[in-house]
Design a protein around this ligand. Structure first.
Ligand code: S3P
Length: 180
């Protein structure tokens, strides 16, 4: 049985928000990759990206992905770009049930502009037309997001509903896997 759930998807789709309740329902541990990087580096993701650049951030992210992949009974909230590296995708799929949280670009922009989710905290989305930037960046990554075992459209669902659907899909997959 798979003993990891990896939440992938673009910024603002609810990965960090949902890792905890999903983990709690399974009596597993929630891991937020960006939070682990911030704790380890003693710096914010925003600052790391601004001062050290994206390549260095991706190197740190890849390192944490590999370390996290060695753990069991975890629900992992990844950063939106964690799927870019093939090594990250491989390791997620090896032991994990991979869930893509999806949302329309308009929903994403509205969510990351909410208090606590400012677009300025995502330097990679900084642009004169943030909506177009989201559309373009999401399109570049969509093929990787589509590799997920389960994809859920979150626009019109509450966090509780998304949690419930992910748990149902995971348990169904587990039940099927258990019969083979
Ligand atoms: C990124 C998304 C962010 C964070 C970093 C890079 C991306 O995480 O990892 O700013 O490349 O899309 P969220 O998906 O939690 O916003």
């Amino acid at each position: 049985m798979k003993d990891q759930i990896w939440l992938i998807g673009f910024s603002g789709t609810g990965k960090s928000r949902l890792a905890r309740p999903i983990a709690a329902a399974l009596d597993w541990q929630a891991v937020d990759l960006d939070a682990v990087i911030e704790a380890r580096e003693g710096d914010t993701i925003t600052n790391i990206l601004r001062t050290r650049g994206e390549a260095e951030f991706r190197r740190l992210e890849a390192q944490i992905v590999q370390e996290t992949a060695a753990m069991g009974n975890i629900v992992v909230a990844t950063g939106g770009g964690a799927v870019l590296a093939a090594a990250n995708r491989d390791v997620m799929h090896r032991r994990g049930f991979v869930v893509c949280l999806d949302a329309r670009p308009e929903t994403i922009l509205e969510r990351i502009n909410r208090p606590g989710g400012k677009i300025s905290d995502r330097p990679l989305l900084a642009a004169s037309d943030p909506l177009q930037r989201i559309v373009d960046l999401k399109a570049e990554r969509q093929a990787f997001y589509n590799e997920a075992d389960f994809i859920i459209q979150t626009d019109d669902l509450t966090p509780d509903q998304v949690t419930h659907q992910i748990l149902t899909a995971f348990r169904e997959q587990t039940a099927v896997a258990g019969t083979t």
